[in-house]
Write a new protein. Structure first.
Length: 137
């Protein structure tokens, strides 16, 4: 596995510790957030959930992540406002942001603050491929 997360590590077959990639999952829908959390953990990722952009900002002020996955349409603070705050406050620099949204056509061009936009529902294998592609090597 690739990554820089110092908090956790996995032991491979040879018994050596390998870093575990960290992902922040931001989604107001509990079932969607939890499903992503479980699927990503099953694939070896260290996942931290957040219910909205405001909660994500609070978490990001204390911890760095390798990748951020965020929903676009959320109460309290939307994905759009989260991206703007990340840029303005220089929080999470270097962590690619993937926007997951049912309105993918409406948010297809988000500029440099967003690495990818994926439509919901999405294929988990496509998401895993995107994550692998965006991880720091």
């Amino acid at each position: 596995m690739f990554g820089t997360a110092p908090e956790k590590s996995a032991t491979d077959a040879a018994g050596t510790k390998a870093p575990v990639n960290s992902i922040l999952v931001v989604d107001d829908e509990f079932d969607s957030r939890r499903a992503l959390e479980i699927l990503l953990e099953l694939h070896g990722f260290d996942v931290t959930p957040a219910a909205n952009g405001a909660e994500a900002l609070h978490i990001l002020r204390d911890r760095k992540f390798d990748i951020i996955l965020t929903d676009w349409m959320m109460p309290v603070m939307s994905g759009q406002e989260l991206l703007a705050r990340l840029s303005a406050e220089k929080i999470a620099e270097g962590a690619p942001v993937v926007v997951l949204t049912a309105a993918a056509e409406a948010v297809s061009s988000l500029g440099p603050a967003c690495a990818r936009v994926m439509g919901k529902p999405f294929d988990i294998w496509a998401l895993l491929s995107t994550i692998e592609e965006l991880l720091p090597h």
